[in-house]
Design a protein around this ligand. Structure first.
Ligand SMILES: Nc1ncnc2c1ncn2[C@@H]1O[C@H](COP(=O)(O)OP(=O)(O)O)[C@@H](O)[C@H]1O
Ligand SMILES: [Mg+2]
Length: 263
């Protein structure tokens, strides 16, 4: 059996010495979509930030390990971690527009992000970004590049955020509730977009979501977290159709069906 591309191995994460995530194990194989679900405060974002080496000064992996291609993420030197983030590992937030600088045009910010990882001219940066925008179904890429963040809708903003993350050609794309702030139509668009990214570019996706309809549309494997512990983990079909934990059944019945998703 080949080793997973990314593996959470009995991970405990603590803030200020107090564990909030306990003993989480989760293999993520190359090319698959893994969804992490659970109610607010269950440790979903903490797991993602731990894998990106972005726990901040108060946070720390205190037990276990996170392996990426044979390297231990918690043990990496900051320089190596910066190298990986933005190239091999990328993160998309709930509100991509808010993570951009409000007073600078999208094109300037794309150029800055791309320039930090390789030598590239402004023309090349605009060209690559336009191609990626088009590939992701953003019509009029020149207008997007010339826009300020506030000029874009939430749905457009998420697509731009995903496009920017993909410009680094990451192996793993972490998406932390990328659809939570969107209306139902825009949610469905982002889900379709991520599905295309996974299928066409082969990008491995770790997706945090509240929404079991999103899980149903996208996931190969599912991790259900509750209070920082694994409640259930397994193939999506199994977890969705025959959940063993009462908590998973509650999550499933609490999620409204989104008819537009998956269509
Ligand atoms: N920077 C932080 N410092 C201290 N505690 C934190 C920090 N970030 C998150 N926590 C705590 O860790 C737990 C898990 O939070 P989080 O990973 O954000 O959950 P989720 O993403 O599932 O909503 C919560 O109890 C939260 O209060
Ligand atoms: Mg969160």
């Amino acid at each position: 059996m080949t080793r997973p591309l990314l593996e959470f191995d009995h991970v405990e994460v603590s803030y200020d010495g107090t564990p909030v995530v306990h003993d989480v194990s989760l293999p993520v194989s190359e090319g698959e979509v893994v969804c992490i679900v659970g109610e607010s405060g269950s440790g979903k974002s903490t797991l993602v930030r731990a894998a990106m080496g972005q726990l901040g000064r108060r946070g720390c992996v205190t037990r276990g390990d996170i392996w990426y291609k044979g390297e231990s993420i918690p043990d990496l030197a900051p320089r190596r971690m910066r190298e990986l983030c933005g190239s091999e590992l990328a993160l998309v937030f709930q509100d991509c527009l808010a993570s951009l600088t409000p007073i600078r045009r999208i094109g300037d910010q794309v150029f800055e992000a791309m320039g930090s990882h390789r030598r590239i001219s402004r023309e090349e940066s605009d060209g690559l970004a336009s191609k990626m925008f088009e590939r992701l179904g953003l019509s009029d890429p020149e207008r997007v590049l010339a826009s300020y963040p506030f000029e874009l809708s939430g749905g457009m903003g998420q697509r731009v955020g995903i496009a920017i993350a993909l410009l680094g050609e990451p192996q793993v794309l972490f998406a932390d509730e990328p659809t939570s702030a969107l209306d139902v139509i825009a949610q469905a668009q982002v889900v379709r977009l991520l599905t295309r990214v996974n299928r066409e570019l082969g990008t491995t996706i770790v997706l945090v979501t509240h929404n079991m309809a999103v899980v149903e549309a996208m996931a190969d494997h599912v991790l259900v977290l509750r209070d920082g512990r694994v409640e259930e983990v397994g193939p999506a079909k199994q977890v969705l159709e025959a959940p063993t934990a009462a908590y998973t059944r509650e999550l499933i019945s609490a999620t409204p069906r989104l008819a537009a998703i998956g269509s």
